[in-house]
Design a protein around this ligand. Structure first.
Ligand SMILES: [Zn+2]
Length: 238
């Protein structure tokens, strides 16, 4: 298969590692080009211990450096920020927000976009906003390179009777994922709350799961299990 670009569109530095470290690394190892767009720099994130005295601007700079480190571990080919205020991206002008995502997608020409589901996974307003904006960008018809849109699988999708299309078993890549999580040092307490102490493989966080939400103009195409988010991309349109 010719190398593909896959765009991950999330809200905060660390969302990409929490939800899709193994998928990103797997794509990079197979010669594809994963790229990341983040709505915010995470400047209102909880400030743990040594980071407690930082202003929002200082925390943004710290989190950008942490993200650079994680990006190298994950094999991301590019990381860009829209720079909306953390926790308040849902107050931004929607038309402009969508256009800025369109601009990113036009620049990188991805065939696949991965973002949050409508509920943001955890009802975080920034997660819900980027889901809505990224979906609108893909569905706008202004990003013709995009063939498939995936949502991170969440319990509210399961409640709607949906099942994951692609599930990645993270066990073999856990040392890499743990290293990328550790790179987001200022967020380590939240990370440990979710994954445990990172020394032991977290059985309850074993899978990274994604559901195909849109494909070539069709919203919620009939469910089918897939081996990879790249399945079917060699098929011609029409
Ligand atoms: Zn987040």
């Amino acid at each position: 298969m010719t190398p593909q670009t896959i765009a991950f569109v999330y809200a905060h530095p660390d969302d990409e590692t929490f939800l899709s470290a193994a998928l990103i690394r797997e794509l990079a190892d197979a010669g594809h080009k994963p790229v990341l767009l983040l709505a915010t720099k995470g400047d209102a994130g909880k400030k743990n211990g040594a980071f407690g005295h930082l202003s929002n601007e200082e925390l943004a700079a710290v989190r950008e450096r942490e993200m650079d480190k994680a990006a190298a571990i994950l094999g991301l080919a590019a990381t860009r920020y829209l720079g909306y205020p953390d926790g308040q991206s849902n107050k931004a002008d929607e038309a402009e927000f969508i256009q800025r995502i369109v601009d990113f997608l036009q620049r990188h020409q991805p065939s696949v976009v991965v973002t949050f589901p409508e509920d943001g996974g955890n009802f975080h307003p920034d997660h819900m906003m980027i889901s809505k904006m990224a979906t609108a960008a893909v569905l706008s018809g202004r990003c013709p390179s995009v063939r498939k849109l995936y949502y991170v699988f969440s319990t509210s999708l399961a409640d709607r009777g949906l099942t994951a299309s692609v599930s990645i078993d993270t066990e073999s890549r856990w040392p890499m994922k743990a290293e990328a999580l550790r790179a987001h040092e200022s967020q380590i307490l939240a990370i440990q709350r979710y994954f445990g102490d990172l020394e032991a493989f977290p059985e309850n966080r074993r899978y990274e799961s994604f559901v195909l939400a849109w494909e070539r103009g069709v919203l919620w195409p009939p469910a089918r299990p897939e081996r990879s988010v790249l399945d079917g991309l060699d098929k011609l349109d029409g």
